[in-house]
Each structure stands twice: as structure tokens, then as C-alpha cells.
Design a protein around this ligand. Structure first.
Ligand code: NAP
Length: 307
């Protein structure tokens, strides 16, 4: 595939950036990749793994001459990083990010974007519970969605070019307005993570009482919660602090539904429970039909001897 950008600068070299670097390289989507990370360890790992053509100590150096700069740091530090790189951004360049929350990133980064630079926030809906430069893999974005959130008035050409990059990495691309993005993600990702964190926390308290039975007998449902609850604490702290309104809105609704189910159990209202679970099962079927998950039992996990 022909290169879409001449020089892509990745700021932050964790799971998302390292996956982007590997996918961009594999498909030849950029002539060169530069990058930077906060710690010397991560920078050294990026060199060792060959993620970038050049790894710099500072973000300001890494963005020099780049026609695409992607902020791949936690949402809470995007504004500070944007402020640091702003004077070094090339005229006509595109500045993007991969943050999980969009309104807060736009509010923090937007004021620093110089005239003549196109700011096109993005969010790939792909990830794992692992983080850091060694966690990345080129296939991470394949068949996943990437949402672009271009501010009103952004010219179509840089948006089309960024779309082409994400499609080149295997993603499906949609555009969305930032408030809607944050609400959708509160339902599909942020609230579920909080619920997983809570459930694992509750089980841990119980574990102290029952002397590790919680871990020993951990069955599929709980194991899946523990996987989600192993996600990066910095990233998720920032997600909740910056998508506060939408997350609280969804948690409010969640609490109401939970009380209704609690009441159905107490009053032995089996019809309510059955109808509710029938509805949720249909939602699962819809996700599989949309090709967003596998229909294989236990998410296709291979059974090990003794399982
Ligand atoms: P990650 O693997 O933890 O990597 C984060 C990177 O940001 C690292 O290079 C880290 O540097 C750097 N960093 C952390 N704190 C910093 C600070 N205070 N100042 C400067 N740099 C800092 O994270 P990730 O999973 O790639 O996530 C990156 C972004 O993508 C986040 O905004 C997240 O919301 C978003 N996102 C994540 C997922 C997911 O599932 N993981 C999915 C979609 C979008 P060091 O390594 O040197 O500490």
C-alpha cells in the first residue's frame, strides 16, 4: 500500500502506539515513524523492538517535520503534552489522539492547536488489559471500530486521510460528535469497567473470609471480570475523572435496573428475570451477528487439561 503520511510521530509508546507502529510498518502506511515516551525504559524498549525509525527524549523533538502527530498518552496529560509540542507542529500537519474520552481531550488540547494545524481527535475501540510498548501487536485494530471526532469546520481532506490510515490498519471508521461519543462509550466500556472493578473488589473482600476460594473456584463470569479489572490504573482513573457526567448518568440507570432485579429476586418474580435475561441474550446475539465477537463457547478459549 502507498504511504499515506510521510512522517508519523507517536507521543507515548504504550499498547496503542506500539500497535499503531507495527500496523503502519506492516502495511507501509508511512515513510517513517518517530516516537517518544516519558521513561527511558519505554524508549529503550521501543528501540529494541524497532517500533520507530527514531526515538527522541522529548515530544517536541519527535514531532518536528511530522505530517501526522498522534497523542497516545493517558487522557489526563493530553493538554500538557499538546502545550509542549504546539510551537513545533508543522503548518498543514494533522494532530490526532487515541484517548478514550473525547470532550475532555478537545477541551484540554484544542486551545493549544496552532492556526493551520488540523486537530482531528480519534478513538480506536480496541485494546487489551495489557499496557506498555511490549503489549502491542499489528492486528489489534483489525475489524474494530475507530471513531473520528473532527471539530466542525475541519476541511474534508485531512479527515479523509486520517480515515485512510485507520482503514489501512484494518479498522472500520465512523465519525461522531464528542458528546455522543462519550455517552456511547460510558455505556459500552466505561461503566462496565467500573462494574468489573467493583465485582473484583467485592470478591477480594470475600476472599479474605473464605481463604482464597474466590480465586481457586473462579468460573468464567468472574474470570472475565478479573481480566477487565486488570486494566491500566492510570488510564482508567483518567477515563472516569474526564468522562464524569456520562459515566454517572449511566451508573444511575444501572443502579435503578439493579434495584429492579434485586426486587424481582426478593419477590420471586421469575417472569421479570426471565424476560430481562431474554432481552440481554438477544443483545449478545446482535453483537455476534455484527462480527464484533466470537460465537465460540467461553469466547473461544482453548480448554487446558484439568480445566
Ligand atoms: P499505556 O500502554 O499505558 O501507554 C501509555 C503511554 O503514555 C506510555 O508510553 C507512557 O510512558 C506514557 N505516559 C503515561 N503517563 C504519562 C505522563 N504523565 N506524561 C507523559 N507520558 C505519559 O497506555 P495505552 O493503553 O496505550 O493508552 C494510551 C491512550 O489510548 C490513553 O489515552 C487511552 O485512554 C487510550 N486507549 C486505550 C485503550 C486500551 O484498551 N488500552 C483503548 C483505546 C484507547 P511510559 O511508558 O514511559 O510510562
Amino acid at each position: 500500500m502507498a504511504a499515506i503520511y510521510h512522517r508519523v510521530a507517536l507521543i507515548g509508546l504504550g499498547l496503542i502506539a506500539s500497535s499503531m507502529a507495527l500496523a503502519i510498518r506492516r502495511r507501509g502506511l508511512a515513510d517513517e515513524i518517530t516516537g517518544t515516551a516519558r521513561s527511558a525504559d519505554t524508549r529503550a524498549a521501543a528501540v529494541e523492538l524497532g517500533l520507530c525509525d527514531r526515538v527522541y527524549e522529548t515530544a517536541a523533538e519527535a514531532v518536528e517535520g511530522a505530517d501526522l502527530v498522534v497523542l497516545c498518552v493517558p487522557v489526563g496529560v493530553m493538554g500538557a503534552v499538546a502545550e509542549e509540542i504546539a510551537p513545533r507542529l508543522a503548518a498543514g500537519a494533522t494532530l490526532s489522539d487515541v484517548g478514550s474520552v473525547k470532550q475532555a481531550v478537545i477541551a484540554a488540547v484544542g486551545p493549544h492547536v496552532p492556526e493551520g494545524v488540523h486537530f482531528i481527535p480519534a478513538h480506536p475501540l480496541a485494546g487489551t488489559e495489557h499496557s506498555g510498548p511490549r503489549a502491542g501487536f499489528a492486528e489489534l485494530f483489525e475489524n474494530r471500530w475507530c471513531l473520528l471526532v473532527p471539530p466542525e469546520g475541519t476541511p474534508p481532506e485531512p479527515v479523509a486521510r486520517l480515515r485512510e490510515l485507520w482503514e489501512g490498519m484494518g479498522a472500520h471508521v465512523d465519525t461522531m460528535d464528542p458528546a455522543h461519543h462519550d455517552l456511547v462509550l460510558a455505556v459500552t466500556s466505561h461503566a462496565p469497567h467500573l462494574i468489573a472493578y467493583t465485582m473484583v473488589g467485592v470478591a477480594d473482600d470475600l476472599g479474605r473470609v473464605t481463604d482464597s476460594e474466590v480465586v481457586k473456584y473462579s468460573a468464567a463470569g468472574f474470570r472475565d471480570f478479573t481480566r477487565i479489572a486488570a486494566s491500566d490504573p492510570t488510564m482508567w482513573r483518567d477515563v472516569f475523572l474526564t468522562n464524569k457526567a456520562a459515566t454517572l448518568e449511566i451508573l444511575g440507570r444501572f443502579t435503578e435496573e439493579l434495584f429492579a432485579l434485586q426486587r424481582a429476586i426478593r419477590t420471586e418474580d421469575g417472569a421479570h428475570l426471565f424476560d430481562y435475561f431474554t432481552r440481554t441474550r438477544a443483545i449478545r446475539r446482535g453483537i455476534i451477528e455484527a462480527g464484533q465477537d466470537t460465537d465460540a463457547p467461553d469466547f473461544g478459549r482453548v480448554k487446558k487439561a484439568g480445566d
